[in-house]
Design a protein around this ligand. Structure first.
Ligand SMILES: [Zn+2]
Length: 166
């Protein structure tokens, strides 16, 4: 690879290699043997390995990890669940879906996978997720709907603010 300091190609050597905290990428520390400059590269799975999500109406959208994470974040809103837990759950879900599905997965399967994870982690988050997932059948739609309701709740009176009645 090209050295960002001296532009020499192919003179770099990997001196350290480790998984990122989430496990979703590998960070490699490299040294350029031409100029001794050290730099870091981050490696992720290629986009073409990605799978398509088949929605209820038959349309396909690209699988998006950030949508899964947003859905989980919304379900965990104000619950004692830290960001690293949410990231770990997202990693598990992504890993499971990619392991069990070749090219496509239905939105229902994605949602069920998210639901299983949430059920293991926090009951309230699980119930929240399920109550909306049944209606929308897709995590991204769920996230969008919750956002809409939260935006509305911000301007509503206090007794109307509890979306899920908990
Ligand atoms: Zn160099």
């Amino acid at each position: 690879m090209r050295c960002p300091a001296c532009n020499e190609i192919g003179k770099d050597k990997v001196i350290d290699s480790r998984l990122t905290e989430s496990g979703g990428a590998i960070r490699r520390r490299r040294v350029c043997q031409a100029c001794n400059r050290r730099f870091t590269t981050k490696e992720r799975a290629e986009e073409e390995l990605r799978i398509a999500v088949v929605k209820k109406d038959g349309s396909r959208v690209r699988f998006r990890r950030d949508k899964i994470m947003a859905g989980i974040q919304h379900a965990c809103y104000k619950l004692p669940i830290v960001d690293t837990d949410i990231e770990a759950m997202t990693d598990d879900i992504e890993g499971e879906l990619f392991r069990d599905h070749d090219r496509e997965v239905t939105s229902r399967e994605v949602g069920e996978c998210v639901a299983r994870k949430l059920r293991d982690v926090n009951h309230v988050a699980y119930v929240r997720f399920m109550s909306v997932f049944k209606e929308f059948n897709h995590v991204s739609e769920f996230a969008e709907e919750i956002q809409r309701v939260e935006d509305h709740a911000a301007t509503a009176s206090p007794d109307q603010q509890s979306l899920f009645g908990d």
